[in-house]
Write a protein that binds this ligand. Structure first.
Ligand code: ATP
Ligand code: CA
Ligand code: CA
Length: 427
C-alpha cells in the first residue's frame, strides 16, 4: 500500500496495473480469434508474443493515459486450446477480463500476490513470481497430458499466462478459474495442506468477514469431517491420488486444497433463503419434494429424474463443444443425494456426521512452486527447529503423501450407506 492508500504491486498502483492489463488482454485475446484452429504442436508451448503499448497509441494499439508498457502473451495458441477445452468462449473471456471492472481481492496468502476477480465471478487473475511463470510454461505439456487422461482432475484450470512490463518493472499474471462462487455465504472456507506447522488462521485473518481457515482449524471446527457416500468418496479419493501423482512427478509442493463448505440446513436454521432457482437451474420444485430418499418417495424420485435429465442434456451439450469431455465430480448426476435448486454450479454434495446437507466447492490451488527451484536452506532450517515430519516444506513425495492422508482420512469420510436418510427434508 502506497502513501495515497492505494494497493501497489512492485510499486505499480493496482488501478494502473488493472487498466493496462485490460488493454493488453483485449489486444491479445481479440487478435487471436482470426487465427485458424489446428492441432496443438509441441512448439506452441514455447511461443511468446510481445506487443508495445505506447501512451500515444500505435498502428495496432490504442492510446491510453498510462505509462508506455509492453504486454506479453505466453503460449497463446496452447492456452486458447485449453480455454476451449474448459468450455470458455472467447467472447465471454474477452468481456469478463477487458470490458467489465475487475474486483481486487484481499489475499490471505503470505506471498504478497495480488488477486482480481472478474465481474462474472468466473475468473481469477493472480500475480505470480518470475520462477512460477517460467515453471508454468514448462509445465504445459504435462498439464495437457493430465487433462486428457484425468478428466475429473481438481488441478487449477489455467486460462492464460501474461506479462506486463513498464520501465524496469515486470509483472506476470495467470488467469484461472474461481473455485468459490461469491454469491454464497460459506459457513467455512479452508486452505488445507495436510501440515500442522503454522497451519492456523492468523488473528488478522480471523478479523475478516469470511476468513480462510487452515488445517489446525479444521481439526477443531469440523472434527467429525465431511461425509460422502461410498461411491463419491472413492471417486474423490482417486481423483486426488491421480492429481498428486502428477504434481509429485513435477517436483511440485506447497499446494493446497481450497474448500468452501456451504451448509444448506444451517442456512435454513439461520433463516437464510435459498437462492431463487432460475429457468436454467435444476430441481425447481425442491420445496415440494418430501420423504426419505432411501425409501424413494414419489416426489423425490421425479425430482431426481428431472435433475438427471437436465444435467445429462447439459453434459451432452458440453461434449459437443469440448475436446476433453471433462466429467467433473460435480456434474455426475448419479451421485446426487438431494436436490439443490439454484445453487451455483461446481459443488459436490456431502453431509455432516449429524446429517446436515452440505455443498462443497473445492479444488487444488497454488501448484507453481517446484521443489527443484526452492532454496534448500529453507527446508534444512525449519527441519532443525521443528519436527521435520510436520514441516510443510519437505520433499514432493512426502508432501503428496501427507496431503492425501489428511484429506482422505481426516477431512473426507466414507459413509457406509449410499444415501443417508434426510433429517430435514425441506430446503
Ligand atoms: P502463499 O504462497 O503465501 O500460500 P499465494 O499468494 O501463492 O499464497 P494462493 O495460495 O494461491 O496464494 O491463494 C491464496 C488464497 O487465495 C487461497 O487460500 C484462497 O482463499 C484464494 N484463492 C486462490 N486461488 C483461488 C481460486 N482459484 N479460487 C478462489 N479462491 C482462490
Ligand atoms: Ca498457498
Ligand atoms: Ca504460493
Amino acid at each position: 500500500v502506497d502513501e495515497q492508500g492505494e494497493v501497489t504491486y512492485k510499486k505499480t498502483p493496482s488501478s494502473t496495473l488493472m487498466a493496462s492489463l485490460q488493454l493488453g488482454l483485449q489486444h491479445s485475446i481479440g487478435g487471436l480469434e482470426p487465427k485458424p484452429r489446428r492441432d496443438i504442436l509441441m512448439t506452441d508451448f514455447n511461443v511468446i508474443e510481445t506487443v508495445d503499448f505506447p501512451s500515444g497509441g500505435s498502428a495496432i494499439t490504442q492510446a491510453h493515459k498510462y505509462k508506455d508498457f509492453t504486454f506479453t502473451t505466453y503460449s497463446p495458441v496452447a492456452f486458447r486450446f485449453f480455454r476451449e477445452a474448459f468450455q470458455i468462449k472467447a467472447e465471454d473471456y474477452l468481456l469478463a477480463l477487458c470490458h467489465q471492472s475487475l474486483r481486487e481481492l484481499s489475499n490471505p496468502g503470505a506471498s504478497g500476490s495480488l488477486f482480481y476477480l472478474s465481474a462474472d465471478d468466473e475468473f481469477i487473475i493472480k500475480t505470480v513470481q518470475k520462477k512460477e511463470a517460467v515453471f508454468l510454461q514448462k509445465l504445459l505439456p504435462g498439464y495437457y497430458l493430465n487433462l486428457t487422461q484425468n478428466k475429473r482432475t481438481l488441478l487449477p484450470k489455467f486460462f492464460g499466462l501474461y506479462q506486463y512490463k513498464c520501465g524496469g518493472v515486470k509483472i506476470r499474471i495467470v488467469v484461472m478459474n474461481n473455485l468459490l462462487p461469491s454469491s454464497l455465504h460459506y459457513h467455512w472456507k479452508f486452505d488445507l495442506k495436510g501440515s500442522t506447522y503454522k497451519r492456523r488462521a492468523s488473528p488478522a485473518e480471523l478479523e475478516k468477514k469470511s476468513p480462510t481457515f487452515k488445517d489446525l482449524d479444521f481439526n477443531t471446527q469440523l472434527p467429525e469431517g465431511l461425509w460422502l457416500p461410498p461411491d463419491k468418496y472413492d471417486i474423490l479419493n482417486s481423483t486426488l491420488v491421480r492429481d498428486c501423482q502428477v504434481l509429485e512427478s513435477f517436483g511440485i509442493m506447497d499446494y493446497s486444497l481450497l474448500l468452501g463448505v456451504y451448509n444448506v440446513d444451517e442456512a435454513v436454521r439461520a433463516g437464510e433463503p435459498p437462492p431463487t432457482p432460475t429457468t436454467e437451474t435444476v430441481g425447481e420444485q425442491a420445496g415440494a419434494a418430501d420423504g426419505d430418499m432411501t425409501g424413494g418417495g414419489g416426489g423425490e424420485t421425479d425430482e431426481r429424474e428431472r435433475s438427471r435429465t437436465f444435467l445429462q442434456s447439459r453434459i451432452e451439450a458440453r461434449k459437443n463443444f469440448s475436446i476433453f469431455n471433462p466429467e467433473t465430480l460435480a456434474s455426475d448426476t448419479d451421485l446426487q443425494d438431494f436436490p439443490t435448486p439454484g445453487y451455483p454450479e461446481g459443488y459436490i454434495q456431502a453431509r455432516t456426521k449429524g446429517g446436515d446437507r452440505l455443498l462443497l466447492y473445492l479444488g487444488v490451488i497454488d501448484i507453481l512452486q517446484s521443489y527443484r527451484l526452492k532454496k534448500r536452506l529453507e527446508h534444512g532450517f525449519k527441519s532443525i527447529i521443528t519436527d521435520g515430519d510436520t514441516v510443510s516444506v519437505h520433499n514432493p513425495s512426502f508432501y503428496a503423501q501427507r496431503f492425501l492422508t489428511f484429506l482422505n482420512d481426516v477431512v473426507f469420510k466414507k459413509d457406509r450407506v449410499k444415501i443417508r436418510p434426510r433429517r430435514n427434508s425441506t430446503i
